[in-house]
Write a protein that binds this ligand. Structure first.
Ligand code: ADP
Ligand code: ASP
Ligand code: MG
Length: 439
């Protein structure tokens, strides 16, 4: 049975990390083994900044950013291969030339199309480097271009997978060597590059696992597993050893950044367990997400920062009825925005959105033209799964709640970020011990 591994940017951020990845894979006997890899470190952010510079025709900024990225990749090649680097360095240089050419060719096209033709190079570069390294250390590896395997429509930056076509292409792969490919990227049937959405490499790995009916998908992370809250933001978060697909989907959907929300459903359909494992502590027990996940529901906490609250009211004497809600939510869909919280009253609709300027600002402008709009910036949304009232109260402290929503199993509260602690401390279920660390 096939095993699928996924490694994120942190696992290949520099030569030391790639060496460590090589050691992990050299000791892995599972075959067939598909390995899905993201771009190195923060390369995708750097490529987005490069895109902005290219589109604003700021050639100096563009050049210096391109040189910086090229130097960083070549420095890693140098550190790994030393005087045997010529062939890899040449391939990396060729990818940068192609990237540069595409920036110039496509910069008058719509941004999402330009984005996909250029941002995909992060993963093309990282996998070129990693495949060369694995072959160098004697782990026989075949590099595959995911743009020829994951078939999508042309909805750029958020492409939809054509499952039957993708399944056919992926199942045609064979060989008992390690198969290395890119996360995050796909291609249309006529070969135009697409991307699946930021952080989409987890989803790519799930696509491979689903199509190959893999025995398991292992996502290697810079944390030991899935916790009941982000362990970097909550000082007493605890690891969840077992979790059901449904609960994991809820956590991911509400913004637990550790897994891309689209990852779970393709696995659940085939009953493929997902292991979240530490890339750093190889002996640490992973979190296992499967159909047999824990039945006891324990509270879990998700922070979403850089949130914006929009409060909309009809300009006339009418109510915020279905017709108006339909109009407003329709504009959200068109803008590609997702509301993290929706709350309505007789004459008000409140929406909490990610502060993503490229999508948000045109949306705000369009809504403000037809509705009375009040806006609050710099907010933090706290989502609590399986909340208890004392727990919510203890976490909220005496902070003002700008919006809230609660149903049977999920509560959400919106606070000013300036009033939130840098590091949070979880109270027990009776609400005791919520030490509110200060900024
Ligand atoms: P990758 O680049 O490998 O996809 P990410 O940075 O996207 O890795 O995801 C790992 C990060 O997710 C961790 O460093 C951690 O800060 C964050 N995180 C958020 N919520 C959780 C959670 N509930 N459990 C574990 N990690 C979490
Ligand atoms: N490199 C892409 C990103 O940073 C995809 C991923 O890492 O999952 O969003
Ligand atoms: Mg990620």
């Amino acid at each position: 049975m096939t095993t699928v591994y996924k490694f994120g940017g942190a696992s290949i951020q520099d030569a030391a990390a790639i060496r460590h990845l090589g050691e992990v894979l050299a000791t892995t006997r599972e075959r067939p083994l598909v390995v899905v890899v993201s771009a190195m470190g923060k390369t995708t952010n750097a490529l987005e900044a490069l895109l902005t510079a290219a589109r604003s025709y700021d050639d100096r900024d563009y050049r210096s950013r391109l040189d910086e990225l090229r130097s960083a990749h070549l420095a890693t090649v140098d550190a790994l291969f030393g005087d045997r680097k010529a062939a890899v360095a040449e391939r990396v240089e060729a990818l940068f030339e192609e990237l540069d050419r595409r920036h110039r060719t496509h910069r008058q096209e719509p941004r999402p199309f330009h984005y996909d033709q250029t941002i995909c190079f992060g993963e093309l570069l990282s996998t070129t480097l990693v495949a060369a390294w694995l072959n160098e250390i004697g782990t026989a590896t075949d590099w595959h271009d995911a743009r020829e395997l994951i078939v999508t429509d042309a909805r750029h930056q958020a492409a939809n997978v054509d499952w039957p076509a993708t399944r056919e292409r992926i199942r045609a792969l064979d060989g008992d060597r390690l198969l290395l490919t890119q996360g995050f990227i796909g291609g249309t049937p006529d070969g135009v590059s697409t991307t699946l959405g930021r952080e989409g490499s987890d989803f790519s790995a799930a696509i491979f696992a689903h199509c190959l009916e893999a025995g398991e998908l292992v996502i290697w992370k810079d944390v030991p597993g899935l916790f009941n809250a982000d362990p970097r933001r909550f000082d007493n978060a605890v690891q969840l050893q077992r979790l059901s697909y449904d609960e994991a989907i809820e956590l991911a959907w509400h913004g637990a950044k550790v897994i891309h929300p689209k990852t779970l459903a393709p696995l659940r359909e085939k009953g493929i367990p997902l292991k979240v494992r530490s890339f750093e502590e190889l002996d640490a027990p992973p979190s296992v997400i499967s159909a047999e996940g824990a039945s006891a529901v324990t509270p879990a906490f998700i922070l979403a920062e850089e949130q914006v609250l929009l409060e909309l009211r009809p300009r006339d004497f009418s109510f915020m009825d279905e017709a108006r809600q339909h109009d407003i939510l329709g504009r959200l869909v068109e803008a590609g925005e997702h509301a993290n919280l929706v709350d309505s009253g007789a004459t008000r609709l409140s929406l909490c959105l990610d502060a993503h300027p490229a999508r948000l600002e045109p949306l705000v402008e369009s809504l403000a033209a037809d509705y009375a709009l009040e806006r609050h910036d710099d907010l933090t949304l706290l989502t609590v799964r399986h909340p208890t009232e004392p727990l919510l109260e203890a976490l909220s402290g005496d902070r003002e709640i700008l919006a809230e929503r609660c149903n049977r199993d999920t509560a959400q509260r919106l606070f000013r970020s300036s009033e939130c602690p840098e590091t949070w401390h979880l109270p027990d279920q009776e609400g005791k011990g919520a030490g509110q660390s200060v900024r």
